[in-house]
Design a protein around this ligand. Structure first.
Ligand code: UDX
Length: 471
């Protein structure tokens, strides 16, 4: 009899990647598999150490940066460079140590036994993790934490370039429609493409980051399968267009809401403010605007001022996540005072919120969001209308889906003006149409994840697929 399946899950060391891959890990554990989840040493020190369970354990690799490196958003390039340079050797050694030859007595600190690793699920943005696993004889699958629609845009980039759609000409009209991304020609404009499509627009060069993202995307074709945290009712068409590029594709989300999942352990890299929910308890139904721009966005003081004025002028109570360091060099305490003074007792500012609890709270009426893919899924599941202010990466295309495809929110992209913000927040809070669309979509997604729904069935198929790889 073959040993039980044991999956090594390796995300990019960023909050948005860790969250969805940890929900995935928890779902595998819920299905009876063993999981070793790889953090960087730096992140492992920041998450809850009590989070492990009998079949889920955490391990870490160094990210190659000195301990005192700030690893802030502005330093992402350092993290990426260091991880790509030092990551392969340490990951190879880690994986080799978890293979049959060296794991006869593989037990963690509590003496619980784990079978040898039989399969790797690596972030699609860590291509070395796929190659090294296969070199060591371990089947590897890729997991993308971003939307399938954004990944389809990367898959379509050669065609977009052939058609002359990317890179944009100097001074291009960003409202021009874009041809070349299958299934999206009716609604996709230049401004909706992933943000790296527009960088370097003035030099006619293709942005190096875009080149890298396309390279990594195409590299996932080497994996045994590609996994998306999405659902058929959200992105069925995009997933179907990606399928011919891959050996297999699984759409198994939204993972945070899957009933098969054993609850995922807490994974916040910041300390959650635990007074948020009590504060919301004191508010009427659908009377509060929740504002969060995710884990990476950084805004200028001018943009902060427009946000603040727009929110105050809209007149509702608001809960605003302002991560330390998020507004240029400004100190959190100064910003907090500014918000509280302007908010006339109606505002609450926190460094980091328990976002899923906030979004499911009856007092929240709309979500002013960066449309990071996790936040988008979390709002969709809770049927909360969105005002979208996409910052970068897949967020530009995600917000187009919210505004023009699903009709569950308003897309404010590329504008940061108080009057526009005020108007959109009011509309999102008051519009029965948006709320009805949000509720209808949430119902469809809930059907996808319920027993017998497309995501639930795909997840079962994936568990079978992984077990067969182990046999
Ligand atoms: C980036 C990308 O843009 C995203 O689309 C990609 O898939 C992952 O990385 P990020 O800024 O991290 O996004 O946003 P998002 O994907 O929404 O992830 C943020 C996560 O942090 C969400 O799960 C959200 O619930 C959580 N969060 C955010 C909190 O728990 N508390 C907060 O206060 C803010």
């Amino acid at each position: 009899m073959s040993p039980p399946a044991h999956v090594l899950v390796f995300p990019w060391p960023l909050q948005g990647h860790i969250n969805s891959m940890l929900h995935f890990a928890a779902a595998l554990v819920g299905a009876g598999l063993h999981v070793t989840f790889v953090h960087t040493e730096h992140n492992l020190r920041r998450v809850d150490p009590a989070a492990a369970s009998p079949r889920l354990r955490f391990t870490s690799v160094p990210d190659g940066l000195p301990d005192d490196h700030p690893r802030s958003v502005g330093d992402l390039k350092d993290v990426a460079k260091s991880l790509m340079t030092t990551g392969p050797a340490v990951y190879r050694a880690l994986l080799a140590s978890l293979l049959p030859a060296s794991t006869h007595a593989d037990a963690d600190a509590d003496g619980r036994g784990f079978p040898p690793v039989s399969c790797v699920v690596a972030d699609g943005l860590l291509p070395f993790a796929i190659d090294i696993a296969e070199e060591l004889g371990v089947p590897a699958l890729a997991f993308r934490t971003a939307s399938a629609c954004s990944v389809l845009a990367y898959f379509s980039m050669a065609r977009l370039m052939e058609l002359g759609e990317v890179p944009f000409p100097v001074g291009a009209d960003l409202d021009e429609p874009v041809r070349g991304v299958p299934g999206m020609e009716d609604f996709l404009r230049r401004r909706d493409l992933p943000s790296s499509c527009r960088r370097h627009a003035d030099t006619h060069e293709v942005d190096p980051l875009l080149q890298l993202l396309v390279k990594f995307t195409l590299h996932s074709c080497k994996a045994r399968a590609l996994i998306f945290n999405t659902a058929a009712s959200l992105e069925g068409a995009a997933v179907a267009h990606i399928a011919p590029h891959m050996r297999d594709v699984f759409a198994i989300g939204p993972l945070h809401a899957m009933s098969v999942a054993a609850p995922a352990p807490a994974a916040s890299l910041w300390r959650e403010d635990d007074g948020c929910v009590a504060w919301l308890d004191g508010h009427a139904d659908r009377s509060v605007v929740y504002v969060s721009l995710g884990s990476l966005a950084v805004i200028s003081l001018e943009q902060f001022t427009e946000f603040l004025s727009g929110l105050v002028n809209a007149g509702y109570a608001f809960l605003w996540v302002l991560r330390p360091g998020m507004v240029g060099a400004s100190q959190s305490a100064v910003l907090q005072e500014a918000v509280e003074a302007a908010g006339l007792g109606k505002a609450r500012v926190v460094d980091w919120a328990p976002q899923r609890d906030v979004l499911r709270h009856r007092a929240v009426g709309c979500f002013l969001t960066n449309t990071g893919w996790n936040s988008t899924l979390e709002a969709v599941v809770e049927a909360v209308p969105m005002v979208c202010w996409p910052f970068f990466a897949d967020q530009q295309i995600n917000s187009r889906f919210v505004g023009a495809v699903w009709g569950t929110g308003l897309d404010m992209k590329d504008v940061c003006e108080r009057a526009v913000m005020e108007g959109m927040v009011r509309e999102a809070m008051e519009s029965g149409g948006l709320r009805m669309s949000a509720q209808a979509l949430a119902q469809e997604v809930r059907r996808d994840i319920a027993q017998g729904g497309s995501s639930a069935l795909e997840f079962e198929r994936l568990v079978g697929f992984i077990k067969e790889l182990t046999a």
